[in-house]
Design a protein around this ligand. Structure first.
Ligand SMILES: NC(=O)c1ccc[n+]([C@@H]2O[C@H](COP(=O)([O-])OP(=O)(O)OC[C@H]3O[C@@H](n4cnc5c(N)ncnc54)[C@H](OP(=O)(O)O)[C@@H]3O)[C@@H](O)[C@H]2O)c1
Length: 404
């Protein structure tokens, strides 16, 4: 046996001794998931994190890394529904997507180990769950599969990692999200001899060898945190705010009109939205009757009157424009993100945008009028009130989406 082979064997033994000891400790560990949910935290450290373990790894295997990130102020989530994480990829991603939706999580960063990186990328490319995720740090993830996934393992959960398998190929063909993924690869990884390179992603090599030991290494924890902040700073979250006048009963409209006449609300609407982009439904656009001066009206319709816009659209400040689009994605892409983006109704469009809204700017009208269109319920679980200006018969109230 050559020295090189002996050294590799020693590394494998050390890596597996480490993980088996950790697995044994984890079986008796009763640390609750809530231990990773801190209150407050340093400014810039509030971005929620979801930990995604590898195959046959309970979430507590990632506890040292989770504790480090929680200690830095991040609300850290774990998806207990993954259990020992032996399910096939789509089923695992579905569990994570459900968790994100049920916990109203947005602007999330995934921190994943091994198979967790594949699950995370599957979530990022999902049409519904993807927009909730801003980026991912993946540690030792087999984005190109692993040659250790031999044909005889094809029908086992390990068959997922076959380099020529459908799951790996399908995921590899989705390249759009790769730029928001940092892939950290061990100096030598006995479980992924071909490494963890993700084309188009940010690929970094660790000084450390092994598939499991990086999970418990203090230097790796710091690197994960640094990379997380580079991702946070590279792409500031897009602010998307719904603006509406809403009655106590949720009313916003009756027979194509608003159920009240509040001149100050109109004046304020004009002042706060001036220069920005307003996304609205075709019906609301027609009810307003003319393009809103000094703003970009982005009209969502299944049958647009004009060809859908090329994106992104740059306009002079306070230019009056109308852009027709056929979906919310197109509407957001067409908006000039250097200025505020507003969702201006009506009910169908508020509902369509709801999960992607980061804020609400509401004129709360102290009336319960007859209505045929309603605003979605504003709940304390989802929204936190940040300001309130009381007037006679109504109030201007701002809400921010809770981050965890
Ligand atoms: N109180 C307030 O602040 C406020 C604000 C705005 C509006 N309103 C009121 O709300 C009412 C209008 O609201 P509404 O819900 O009936 O209509 P709306 O949301 O303004 O517009 C609905 C239209 O949007 C398009 N659309 C909806 N979902 C779409 C999707 N997934 N993809 C592509 N296009 C889509 C469709 O246009 P096509 O039919 O062309 O396909 C649909 O008919 C009025 O009474 C208005 O006064 C109140």
């Amino acid at each position: 046996m050559t020295l090189r082979r002996r050294a590799k064997l020693a590394l494998i033994v050390a890596d597996w001794a480490h993980v088996l000891a950790r697995q044994a400790a984890v079986v008796i560990d009763r640390t609750p998931a809530s231990a990773l949910r801190v209150e407050g935290g340093a400014p810039g450290c509030r971005a929620p994190i979801v930990l995604l373990p590898g195959i046959w790894e309970p979430w507590r295997l990632l506890l040292p890394l989770g504790r480090f990130l929680a200690g830095a102020g991040h609300p850290v989530h774990v998806v207990e529904g993954l259990g020992w994480n032996g399910r096939e990829l789509d089923a695992s991603a579905e569990i994570v997507a459900t968790y994100l939706a049920e916990h109203h999580l947005r602007g999330v960063f995934l921190v994943a180990h091994s198979k967790g990186g594949l699950i995370g990328k599957r979530v990022m490319v999902d049409a519904d769950a993807g927009p909730r995720v801003r980026g991912m740090i993946a540690l030792c993830s087999p984005f190109g599969g692993s040659s250790l996934s031999l044909p005889l393992l094809r029908r086992s959960p390990l068959g997922l990692f076959a380099p020529s398998g459908l799951a790996i190929a399908a995921l590899a063909s989705e390249r759009e999200v790769n730029g928001r993924v940092v892939s950290l690869a061990s100096a030598w990884d006995e479980m992924i001899p071909e490494g963890s390179t993700l084309p188009g992603g940010r690929n970094l090599a660790l000084d450390l060898a092994g598939h499991f030991r990086p999970l418990a290494d203090a230097g790796v924890h710091e690197l994960v945190h640094r990379q997380l902040h580079e991702l946070i700073e590279s792409e500031p979250p897009m602010e998307l705010t719904a603006i509406a006048a809403v009655g106590r009963n949720g009313a916003i409209g009756i027979r194509g009109d608003v159920p009240w006449h509040i001149p100050e609300d109109w004046r304020r609407f004009k002042a706060v939205t001036m220069g920005g982009s307003l996304i609205m439904g075709r019906k609301t656009f027609e009810l307003i009757g003319a393009p809103l001066p000094g703003r970009t009206s982005i009209v969502v319709s299944r049958s647009p009157r004009e060809p859908a816009a090329a994106s992104p659209v740059t306009a002079e400040p306070n230019q009056t424009r109308v852009i027709w689009v056929t979906s919310l994605d197109e509407a957001i892409a067409a908006a000039d993100s250097s200025r505020p983006i507003w969702v201006a109704g009506g009910a169908e469009i508020y509902r369509l945008a709801w999960d992607r809204l980061t804020g609400l700017d509401i004129c709360e009208v102290d009336q319960e009028p007859e209505a045929d269109t309603f605003f979605p319920a504003i709940t304390d679980e989802e929204w936190v009130e940040t300001s309130r200006e009381q007037r006679e018969g109504y109030a201007f109230v701002r809400y921010q989406r809770r981050v965890s």
